[in-house]
Design a protein around this ligand. Structure first.
Ligand SMILES: [Zn+2]
Ligand SMILES: [Zn+2]
Ligand SMILES: [Zn+2]
Length: 398
C-alpha cells in the first residue's frame, strides 16, 4: 500500500479552495484546539492511501510483479485497468463513521470527526475513480506526474475540488447533477481546513444537512462508478457496508425532515423576509438587523459577513475574482442602512427575487440606479443621484 504524505493533500486542498487564512465567514472560531484534528484519520488508513493501480496497457512483465491480492482486472477495450478494493472499502468505512458520529445528539467532538471523515471519504473515493481512469490524474500538477513518484507515494495529490473537476472534464462523469454538490464539497473543504487550522465549530444542523447531501452523492457515486469494477465477493462486502451507511443516512434525514417540518409552520408567514442560509443552504435565514438562521441556529455577527457568505456559497460567485476583474462590486452599501451588505438578485423563500437585498437591515429593494459619484447602486431621483456616502462627503465639504 502506497501512501501519499498527509501534507500533500492538505496543501493541495487548501490551494484549490482559496485562502485558508480566514475562517469561514462569521463563524465562531478557535473553540476547540485543532491539535488532534490531523490525527483524526489515523486510526484508519490515511485518506490518501489509495491503491496503486497497474498502468493502462502495455504492461511489461516486470511491472506485473506488484501484489495481485484483492486486485481486479477489468475487461475493457481500453486495456487492463485495476481497482483495488481497499480504498473503496476504506472510503465507505469513513462514510459509516460519519453516520455514527452524527447519530443522536452529536457533541462538538462528534461533529469534528464527522467533517474530517466525510472529507477523507470524499478524497479517497473520488481519487479511486480518477486512478481507475489513469494514475496521473491524482497528481496535483499533471506535468509533474511520474510513475516512480506515484509508486513511492512521493507526490502532492490534487485536492477535492480539482478531483471533482477532473472527473467532470476528463473522465466525463456527470457529477453534481443537482448543481449543489460543488458548493457542498467546497464548503466541506473549507470546514475541514478551518477545523485543522482554527478549531472551527460548526452548528450541528449545518453539518448534518451538508453531510446528508454529500453522503447521498457519494453513495450513488460508489454504486455507479466504483462498485461495478469490483469482484463479486468484494461487492458483497461493500453492499453490506453501503446498507449500513444508507440506514444511518436515513435516520439523519428523518431527523432533519422533522426539524424542517416544525420550522415550516413557524416560518410560513415570513416567506418574503427569508432567504437561503449560506451555511446550511436552507431557506431559513431571517434578516432583520440581527441575521439568524432558524435551521442551523447560527446568529451572524454582521450582515456584511452573511452577504459575503451568501454571494460565495449560494450564488456561487467569487468576491476575489470580481475585485480582480475590476467589475461591479458584488456587495455594496445599502441605501437604507448604509451598511456594506447589499447584494443583487437575492431569491426569497416565497420565490420572488429581490433586485437588491440588504443582509443587515433586511430591506429588499427594487431596481436601483447608480450613484453619480461612485457608481454604487442607489435610489435614483430626478437630477443628481448620490449614495449616502457620497452625499455625506459632499455635505461635509460645505
Ligand atoms: Zn442555516
Ligand atoms: Zn440595509
Ligand atoms: Zn456614491
Amino acid at each position: 500500500m502506497t501512501e501519499t504524505p498527509d501534507d500533500g493533500t492538505d496543501q493541495a486542498a487548501e490551494a484549490s479552495s482559496g485562502s485558508v487564512e480566514e475562517p469561514p465567514f462569521g463563524l465562531p472560531k478557535a473553540v476547540e484546539a485543532p491539535d488532534d484534528a490531523r490525527n483524526a484519520t489515523e486510526p484508519q488508513t490515511s485518506p490518501d492511501a489509495i491503491a496503486v493501480p497497474k498502468q493502462d496497457s502495455g504492461q511489461s512483465d516486470s511491472e506485473a510483479d506488484a501484489p495481485r491480492k484483492r486486485v481486479i482486472r477489468i475487461k475493457k477495450k481500453r486495456g487492463p485497468v485495476e481497482l483495488k478494493f481497499q480504498p473503496v472499502e476504506n472510503g465507505v468505512d469513513y462514510l459509516l463513521s460519519v453516520t455514527e458520529h452524527l447519530a443522536d445528539k452529536p457533541s462538538p467532538r462528534n461533529l469534528k470527526y464527522a467533517i474530517l471523515h466525510l472529507q477523507a471519504a470524499t478524497e479517497v473515493l473520488l481519487k479511486a475513480r480518477l486512478q481507475l481512469e489513469h494514475w496521473t490524474l491524482v497528481f496535483e500538477k499533471l506535468e509533474n506526474a511520474s510513475l516512480d513518484k506515484f509508486n513511492k507515494g512521493d507526490f502532492q495529490s490534487c485536492g477535492t475540488p480539482d478531483a471533482l473537476k477532473r472527473l467532470k472534464d476528463i473522465v466525463g462523469i456527470e457529477v453534481g447533477v443537482t448543481g449543489s454538490i460543488d458548493n457542498d464539497l467546497r464548503q466541506l473543504v473549507k470546514w475541514r481546513n478551518a477545523l485543522q487550522h482554527y478549531g472551527l465549530t460548526v452548528p450541528a444542523p449545518a453539518v448534518e444537512k451538508l453531510s446528508v447531501n454529500v453522503l447521498d452523492f457519494l453513495l450513488s457515486f460508489v454504486r455507479d462508478q466504483l462498485r461495478p469494477e469490483l469482484k463479486r465477493q468484494e461487492r458483497q462486502v461493500l453492499d453490506r457496508e453501503m446498507e449500513s451507511v444508507s440506514d444511518g443516512l436515513a435516520s439523519i434525514n428523518r431527523f432533519l425532515t422533522a426539524r424542517m417540518n416544525r420550522l415550516a409552520d413557524e416560518l410560513k408567514d415570513l416567506a418574503d423576509e427569508i432567504t437561503h442560509c449560506p451555511l446550511c443552504m436552507q431557506k431559513t435565514l431571517i434578516v432583520d438587523g440581527d441575521p439568524d438562521c432558524r435551521f442551523c441556529q447560527v446568529a451572524w455577527r454582521d450582515g456584511g459577513d452573511v452577504a459575503a457568505a451568501y454571494v460565495e456559497n449560494v450564488q456561487g460567485l467569487s468576491i476575489f475574482e470580481a475585485i480582480k476583474d475590476g467589475g461591479d462590486a458584488l456587495i455594496t452599501n445599502c441605501p437604507e442602512c448604509q451598511h456594506e451588505s447589499l447584494v443583487a438578485d437575492v431569491q426569497m423563500a416565497s420565490g420572488t427575487v429581490a433586485d437588491y437585498f440588504c443582509f443587515q437591515c433586511g430591506t429588499p429593494q427594487g431596481p436601483l440606479g447608480k450613484c453619480d459619484a461612485c457608481g454604487s447602486p442607489t435610489v435614483v431621483d430626478d437630477g443628481l443621484s448620490l449614495c449616502g456616502f457620497c452625499l455625506d462627503a459632499k455635505i461635509e465639504r460645505f
